[in-house]
Design a protein. Sequence first.
Length: 211
Amino acid sequence: MSTQISVQEPIFAFTSGETFEEYCDAQSPQQANLLRRILAGMRIDPDTQCYLATYSTWLTCCLLVGDETPDTALIVPIVVRLAECCPRLDLRIVSDSNDLAALNELVDDDLDLEEELDEIDLPLLFFFDDEWNQQARWGPRPVAAEKRLDEWLTVHPEYGALLEDDENGDPAVLEQWIEQLIHQMRLWYHDDLTGATIGEIRTVLQQLDSD
């Protein structure tokens, strides 16, 4: 007689996620190429590499992303490269189009991934210990990015209007705006936001390691 395993078991929240290559394979060719190009050019500073290589705490991380969110293409490669540098950090990428029931069971009660997903700003990086307790959360972007994004949205109100009226808006026009925003964000991240993201995530890791 076989034993049924509940789909709510914590491990399913992790194994239902995807590796970077699996996530790319599920995207459009254009998005997949963009993600791979950004990852190929991603560099972590030597001091952070050394810190991650000797990190002493085992962590499991789930990066919840929105496939249509401009931040995704910039944040995913950074987090993937950080995980590659840290032998004690296991990472999976979870798309907001997936069934989030298992992950929702693990995250803190202040966040309901099923009922409030449309109101949640993605991506979000969740840190779990070896008993699947959430230890920290980071996202959706570095603090330094918020002011620049707000200024861009103020200058381009058409983008916000299309997002709010997604049922009647032209998907092709929205896609053009998303591409324009991604291009602008790539300039920001190339300038200093990649370093800011790495610094903020490293701060989270340092706090968890000291705890």
